[in-house]
Design a protein around this ligand. Structure first.
Ligand SMILES: *Cc1c(COP(=O)(O)O)cnc(C)c1O
Length: 403
């Protein structure tokens, strides 16, 4: 029988906690090696930021003001944000504000909130291929919104957008644009959208453009061949950009970054004396460990490391796409994208490779941990399934997915 003391359980053969954790670790290790479907860069080293695990690291309130709670990383957070400001071409970082949040979703919701406070009568326009967090954010914030058609490859249909703008007869517009759509990895033509708004008489005071770059705002800046009209850049007069930290950056916890114009944040900030800070973030308590992880990643890996990753991922995505097409499989790979779309295979393969599926389509997101070997294994499994599957029904699936 176990001997217990006030200090806890002692002399007991393996603690159930340890047994369960050991099992979880095993599960995680095998799940990691076949992972193909979600846009997560699993190729980060555990890192020195793990040594802070024994501390409650809480970046309370505004990252530029801090609080009286001293175990925080607001200084490193400002450096992380500054790195993203430069990546997204903020000419004068002093004119901008940014923070590290819980996820890409938080960035989208905060972008929508800032937009609503800038344009209380504004209407949110989002594409059919937008992430569900955009319409969800609009609902939470009770903002009027309208879905605009996208093209079969997933990018916003500019003609449909222009028609919608015309129909709004001058009402302020909050446009949310995609830099990498969730399912098809498509990029909206940001420059062309702003051009449509400008030509319809929308100056900066009556429009707000938020770029949802959760997926590819960390990809396109490292692709030298990507044209400027689809890149996340404050040079082309967008108002906010957000990205996930656990996608291309690679962190052991979900997190995200948002950058916006300082004047949008000043509009909503109100001082909270309890915090000794401005109330400029959706969350009060904020994850300082995520800041440590992001800061370590960008400083150790650097622009050179991410450039190498992106070049390799783009090439491997192309290889996967071309191998599928060579087998007669319908597949989509958008330019400058790492998302390869194909018909949803058998349930066994969906489970094995942890594929995200949507309307009979599945995709592989070729992140740095997706090795050539993993792609070869997947291709041989997929092609075996494809050859055995009923081609007529596969065509039917594709037809359905396209409409
Ligand atoms: C993943 C994703 C999101 C949501 O980001 P989370 O960090 O998962 O909250 C939003 N938009 C797009 C386009 C995404 O791919």
């Amino acid at each position: 029988m176990a001997v217990t003391s006030v200090a806890g359980v002692i002399n007991e053969a393996p603690q159930p906690v340890d047994v369960r954790f050991a099992r979880k670790l095993e599960e995680f290790r095998s799940a990691r090696s076949n992972h193909l479907g979600y846009p997560y860069n699993l190729d980060f080293a555990a890192g020195a930021s793990g040594q802070f695990a024994g501390f409650l690291v809480n970046n309370l309130g505004d990252p530029y003001a801090g609080s009286h709670y001293a175990t925080e990383t607001c200084d490193l957070e400002r450096e992380v944000v500054d790195w993203f400001m430069r990546l997204w071409e903020c000419q004068d970082p002093d004119q901008y504000w940014g923070s590290v949040g819980a996820s890409g979703t938080e960035g989208n919701i905060w972008g929508l909130y800032l937009a609503r406070e800038a344009l209380p009568d504004g209407i949110v326009l989002y594409s059919q291929d937008a992430h569900y967090s955009i319409p969800k954010g609009a609902r939470i914030l009770r903002m009027d919104s309208r879905c605009v058609a996208s093209r079969p490859n997933g990018e916003l249909d500019l003609a449909a957008f222009a028609t919608t703008v015309e129909s709004l007869k001058g009402r302020p517009i909050i446009a949310t644009l995609n830099c990498g759509t969730t399912v098809k990895g498509a990029h909206d033509d940001i420059e062309a959208v702003i051009d449509v708004l400008r030509r319809s008489g929308y100056d900066r005071a009556r429009r707000f453009v938020h770029v949802d770059g959760a997926l590819n705002a960390m990809v396109l800046p490292f692709d030298a061949a990507a044209p400027s009209n689809i890149k996340p850049s404050f040079e082309i007069e967008v108002d906010s950009v957000s990205a996930s930290g656990h996608k291309m950056v690679g962190t052991p916890m979900p997190c995200g970054v948002i950058v916006t114009l300082k004047r949008h944040v000043n509009r909503v900030s109100s001082a909270v004396s309890y915090l000794r800070t401005n109330d400029t973030t959706l969350m009060g308590s904020r994850n300082g460990h995520a800041v440590l992880a992001l800061w370590e990643r960008i400083n150790r890996h650097g622009r050179a490391g991410f450039t190498k990753d992106v070049v390799e991922c783009l090439a491997r995505a192309r290889r996967l796409h071309e191998a599928l097409v060579a087998e007669g499989v319908w597949s989509l790979l958008n330019p400058h994208s790492i998302t390869v779309v194909f018909p949803e295979p058998s349930h066994a393969l969906v489970k094995k490779y942890q594929l995200a599926c949507h309307q009979y389509l599945a995709h592989a997101v070729v992140m740095p941990n997706v090795t050539d070997r993993l792609l070869d294994n997947f291709l041989s499994d997929y092609i075996r399934w494809w050859r055995l599957s009923d081609v007529r029904s596969a065509e039917h699936i594709i037809q359905e997915a396209r409409t």
